[in-house]
Design a binder for this molecule. Structure first.
Ligand SMILES: C[S@@+](CC[C@H](N)C(=O)[O-])C[C@H]1O[C@@H](n2cnc3c(N)ncnc32)[C@H](O)[C@@H]1O
Length: 274
């Protein structure tokens, strides 16, 4: 039963440079190992067919960041168990496709499909090399999928720009870059800046042999913006959701105490010029 499984034990923590292949290997290992516990912990918040952008609970039903999706072909990057895609199908999209690095996350998508009678097309792939044709989607989006885990933000953003058709919209949420300065603890104790915003070395958990088994990458606000522009896209907005009064949920380093003082999420919106 998936709800009896725990997260992988954290390994030794390092701060160092990590390339694309090592990041992808670590991401696959970690998300395959963590998928059961992750879905058990967050499945209710995400809902089987729900579209939540972030731990603040920004819901696409109210936010409408993707605009009108009816009749459109939509791609989700790092789709996890496909909750967003399933919600979009109720919004009249022509087609929605999801991809994710971790096979176990996609197996959860299949499990939810079986339980709910959906059939969401999903593919196992890496956001660093999207297996889709140029100009093939009207909308590309990601809700905390993939982008916080890639070393070269500009190449993953270029991939998103490549598969988006001219006139299409790209929206993605990531950890707010300012969060990099703070410890993971989202309580009063975690209100102290303890690392440099400008330090781009990755956060790495290693196994006993020094191999990365979990990696997160930091990109500053400027890094994201430059990556969007370099991908040939035009930035439209950067949404910084405030913590809502009625959300008491703690999700890793996100929670109501720090969330009321410091932004935890950045949602970038861009379009591809015609
Ligand atoms: C925090 S989850 C977000 C997924 C979904 N929106 C959710 O809220 O559950 C991050 C997802 O990104 C996937 N991921 C990480 N690195 C990736 C990469 N390089 N390419 C594709 N997916 C990746 C993970 O496997 C995981 O399913």
């Amino acid at each position: 039963m998936y709800d009896e499984v725990d997260y992988p034990e954290p390994g030794q923590v390092e701060r160092r440079a990590v390339g694309g292949a090592e990041s992808a290997r670590a991401g696959r290992l970690w998300w395959d190992g963590a998928a059961d516990a992750y879905q058990a912990e967050h499945g209710d918040f995400l809902r089987d067919a729900g579209f939540v952008w972030s731990p603040e609970g920004v819901d696409e039903a109210e936010a409408g960041l993707l605009g009108d999706v009816s009749g459109k072909r939509v791609l989700e990057v790092g789709c996890g168990a496909g909750q967003c895609g399933r919600w979009l199908r109720s919004r009249g999209v022509r087609e929605v496709v999801g991809f994710d690095l971790a096979r176990r996350q996609l197996q959860h998508s299949g499990r939810i499909d079986e339980q709910t009678g959906h059939r969401l097309p999903v593919v196992q792939a890496d956001a660093q090399r999207m297996p889709f044709a140029d100009d093939s989607f009207d909308v590309v989006f990601s809700a905390f999928g993939a982008f916080p885990f890639v070393p070269a933000a500009e190449s993953a953003l270029a991939e998103a720009g490549r598969v988006l058709r001219p006139g299409g919209r790209f929206v993605f949420s990531v950890t707010h870059p300012i969060r990099w300065c703070f410890p993971d603890d989202p309580t009063e104790q975690g209100m102290t800046v303890n690392q440099s915003y400008f330090d781009r070395r990755a956060y790495v958990e290693e196994d006993g042999a020094g191999r990365a088994v979990y990696v997160e990458h930091h990109h500053t606000v400027g890094d994201w913006l430059r990556g969007i522009v370099a991908a040939g896209l035009v930035p439209q907005d950067m949404v910084e959701p405030e913590w809502p009064q009625d959300n008491d949920q703690v999700w890793g380093g996100w929670g109501p105490v720090r969330g009321r003082m410091v932004p935890g999420t950045a949602i970038f919106q861009a379009v591809k010029p015609v």
